[in-house]
Design a protein around this ligand. Structure first.
Ligand SMILES: *Cc1c(COP(=O)(O)O)cnc(C)c1O
Length: 396
């Protein structure tokens, strides 16, 4: 690989130089106090990013998918009922995992491009008089469609129905990039991974368990060994792991949290919003539409852009890679071939976003789509100029 182009897939994301260095370290004795001095600050950093003071954080050598499995196997038993919405590939896969673990999944089929229907959840929860639903599963940001859901609204649905189910949130493509409030939203399990908002290579499942989720662990009967958080908690109390920890990634996570917290989480979110708004301005200038149905659903971490009817969106992605050495995301599942995706999360700047927009224009022009070169770039430039000026004025 010789290219220094930024990457525009929605994860793994671009790795900043300081994090690349932090991950690359000599072997240490992971059963010595040296490891504890890395582990505990990383756990504390994640708690701050999740905005929780009460949850316990666990780091598994795995990915976001392993985080889903950690959530369900530690808290549920075969036959337990869970409630979910299927509105994209990631929510679909979590539902599929639950079914393979013999959970009884009640799910609301939701059009791809829509968010979690909190009102429908409330109806289900009110109708469940015997409180059989043990957990509500919510995908905060559907990475396949670029749709952000309202987790506070899901919490309100649970509270309005007076239902005691736990709330499990997949925040793999939102945590560390978009506002996430574990304690305030009453999230019982938050799931993410190292390779998106934390800007690290893949390899860590990052989960936060509330006190209520911790209380469910002893009675949960789903089989688990590798992902048993009780073994992990015992390890942490001794500055170690029940097996060999991915030391470099944990060191990197510690530095990644410092990086996010020193920029300031609210500034990180504002930066993502600004960059995403510029990309959306470009999409509008191109005369194209997002997969996300309405502005309040627009994700600040990934945009799924609909290609004209009859045009295979995969051609966009392969041409961009072959001709300009730039990686964009393909469409997944029901929107495969219909959309391409621009990932704009993690280590991302205006200048990087402009490079992606400009290459996207060249690709569309090459493929004969009716695009005027520079139209999207100009729209984004205007947005970035204005929002930068505004930000400077506010600071003054
Ligand atoms: C990337 C992603 C996942 C899957 O994570 P892996 O690390 O690939 O296992 C799950 N959910 C969402 C919303 C994602 O974006």
């Amino acid at each position: 690989m010789t290219s220094q182009n930024p990457i525009f897939i929605p994860g793994p994301t671009n790795i900043p130089e300081d994090l690349r260095k932090a991950v690359d370290m000599p072997t240490i004795d992971h059963r010595s106090p040296v490891f504890g001095r890395m582990l505990h600050p990383a756990l504390d950093g994640v708690k701050k990013v999740l905005k929780t003071s009460r949850a316990q954080v666990f780091l598994f050598p795995s990915t976001g998918t392993g985080g889903w499995e950690t959530a369900i196997t530690n808290t549920l038993s075969p036959g337990d009922k869970v409630l979910a919405a299927r509105n994209g590939m990631f929510s679909h896969r979590w539902i599929d995992m639950c079914q393979r673990h013999r959970l009884d999944v009640a799910f609301v089929e939701t059009p791809w491009g829509e968010g979690i229907p909190a009102e429908r959840f409330e109806e289900f929860l009110r109708a469940d008089k015997g409180h059989e639903i043990r957990a509500v599963l919510a995908t905060h940001n559907e990475t396949a469609t670029g749709v952000k859901s309202d987790i506070a609204a899901v919490r309100r649905a649970l509270d309005a129905a007076g239902h005691p189910a736990m709330l499990f949130v997949d925040g793999v493509s939102s945590i560390g990039s978009m506002d996430f409030r574990m304690d305030e939203w009453g999230v019982d399990i938050a799931v993410t991974g190292s390779q998106k908002g934390f800007m690290l290579p893949p390899g860590l499942a990052i989960v936060g368990f509330s006190e209520k989720a911790m209380a469910a662990v002893e009675d949960a009967k789903l089989p688990r060994t590798f992902f048993d958080i009780r073994d992990m908690a015992t390890g942490y109390a001794r500055n170690g792991y029940p097996y060999t920890p991915p030391v470099g990634l944990i060191n990197g996570l510690n530095i990644a949290c410092e990086r996010l917290l020193s920029e300031g989480l609210e500034h990180v979110f504002a930066r993502h919003h600004r960059i995403a708004s510029g990309i959306r301005a470009a999409v509008e200038a191109w005369g194209l539409k997002l997969c996300a149905a309405r502005p309040e659903l627009y994700s600040d971490t990934v945009s799924a852009i609909r290609m004209p009817e009859g045009f295979d969106a995969n051609r966009f992605v392969s041409h961009a890679l072959e001709t300009y050495d730039m990686a964009f995301g393909t469409g997944l599942g029901e929107v495969a071939g219909k959309v391409f995706r621009i990932g704009h999360l993690g280590s991302m700047t205006d200048a990087m976003a402009l490079s992606g927009i400009s290459v996207a224009e060249m690709v569309m022009a090459d493929l004969g789509l009716p695009i005027r070169l520079g139209s999207g770039v100009a729209a984004a430039q205007e947005h970035y100029r204005q929002s930068t000026v505004t930000a400077l004025r506010k600071a003054a």
